[in-house]
Design a protein around this ligand. Structure first.
Ligand code: ATP
Ligand code: MG
Length: 422
């Protein structure tokens, strides 16, 4: 048999890492609550055509990165590579958009067949945040302010905002033609990928990560000069709102994002602290997506945060409380076992915030003390035959020099709540 291993690029999140995830999820939830966003839970599998239609056939995600397969009914299904398409599908299916405003979020695994490397997995996690039914730049600004609040609360520094506007489909088409002229006259400097993009989706060339293409892209025509009046005004108002909120940004006219559904506002938060995979959060407006699915037009804007990349940036040592038991219950003797289990239950009944670890599996007292010490518990409670007879417990402090004491059963919860200040 071959060696047992997880699928390449897919990671277990082990028990010493889950407290970090829980901490981050909790922090994120509390901020989303402050902005009145509501959680929506979406399936991990969708019909393949949903992503093709929403994200675009010529994007990297759809052309190279999707995990697609046929089910027993020969329907083509895909493990979701992102959440916006599903969120839009759910909104249309359940009539959440018509004449309504929705602020929604979801969090969970996404799947992309990419080259695994630091900051780039094949199963990774995203927080997705979407607002539907609002067309003005105020919601764009508010979402950016929410991101800014997250970075501040998580004490993340060195994070920079880049913004751009992609205009309406018409102005984008006009810019596209100008871009095709430019890149066609520099055809010899294009890499293989860009030659394909030139035919199929020229804006995507600006998204190239190939360093050899950098200067050609830098000198390409600037999309901001080709914006329609309405998009230019929307972009100017957004900048004014950000300035007023004292949020710093750079305008990056080459920022196009890797998905076809974006128009008008797009943005990315990047950091120097992550190496090559430096984007933590990316978002933008997709006012035409819902209409493209055959539903009444509904303006929309959203962003996604890569949770693994965000975790890399947080000072977990100092922010996340260590997940240790408070109390370790030593149980000396098989006869005592059933009383020990009930005693622990009683502590849980009376002090729901106390974490009590029972010594299941027996063993000598010496051995049990070793386990108690290793567990990180502050207090050891010892229940042996003597204690049982007298309805007492011996208490030993594991982390300081206080003397050992004996307490009555009836005193346990009082004692523990004082000793642990819980
Ligand atoms: P990149 O340019 O890094 O490939 P992207 O433009 O494909 O990112 P989006 O689809 O906008 O990324 O996803 C939003 C965020 O999700 C990214 O900014 C990143 O933090 C995270 N992300 C995307 N793909 C991966 C991956 N394969 N592994 C880990 N995180 C990822
Ligand atoms: Mg990508």
């Amino acid at each position: 048999m071959t060696k047992l291993q997880a699928v390449r690029g897919m990671h277990d999140i082990l028990m010493h890492e889950t407290p970090n995830w829980e901490f981050l999820e909790k922090s994120i939830r509390s901020i989303l609550n402050q902005y009145c966003y509501k959680e929506i839970r979406l399936p991990i599998l969708e019909k393949t055509e949903l992503f093709k239609h929403a994200i675009g056939d010529n994007t990297d995600i759809v052309s190279k990165e999707m995990y697609s397969f046929e089910d027993k009914n020969k329907s083509s299904l895909t493990l979701r590579p992102e959440g916006t398409a599903s969120c839009v599908r759910a909104g249309i299916e359940h009539g959440l958009f018509y004449n309504q405003i929705q602020r929604l979020w979801y969090m969970g695994p996404m799947f992309r067949y990419e080259k695994p490397q630091k900051g780039r997995q094949r199963q990774f996690h995203q927080l997705g945040v979407e607002a539907f039914g609002l067309s003005g730049p105020d919601i764009d600004a508010e979402q950016i302010m929410m991101c800014d609040r997250m970075w501040k609360q998580l004490k993340i520094k060195n994070i920079n905002l880049q913004i751009n506007s992609l205009g309406t489909p018409e102005s984008r088409l006009n810019y596209r033609n100008i871009l095709v002229d430019y890149f066609s006259s520099n055809r010899n400097d294009l890499d293989e990928d860009s030659l394909v993009r030139l035919e199929k989706n020229p804006l995507r060339i600006l998204d190239s990560k190939n360093p050899d293409m950098k200067s050609l892209i830098k000198n390409a025509p600037n999309i901001n000069e080709y914006l329609d009046i309405e998009s230019a005004a929307h972009f100017a108002e957004l900048r004014e709102l950000l300035d007023h909120a004292n949020i710093k940004y750079n305008i990056n006219s080459k920022l196009v994002r890797g998905l076809d559904y974006y128009g008008k506002t797009v943005y990315e938060w990047t950091t120097r602290d992550l190496g090559a995979q430096n984007t933590v959060c990316a978002g933008g407006r997709y006012d035409d997506l819902i209409e493209n699915h055959g539903s009444p037009p509904t303006p929309a804007i959203g962003f996604a945060i890569g949770i693994e990349r965000l975790l890399e940036l947080i000072d977990l040592e100092n922010l996340v409380a260590k997940d240790m038991p408070h109390v370790y219950l030593l149980i000396a003797g098989d006869e005592v076992r059933k009383f020990g289990l009930l005693l622990a239950e009683e502590v849980r009944n009376q002090l729901p915030n106390v974490k009590i670890l029972t010594n299941c599996g027996g063993g000598s007292l010496k051995n049990q003390f070793k386990k108690a010490d290793k567990s990180g518990a502050e207090i050891a409670l010892i229940l042996g035959e003597n204690e049982l007879e007298r309805k007492q417990l011996t208490v030993k402090y594991l982390r300081d020099e206080k003397p050992q004491v004996t307490i009555k059963y009836s005193e346990i919860s009082n004692f523990l709540s004082k000793a642990l200040s819980i």
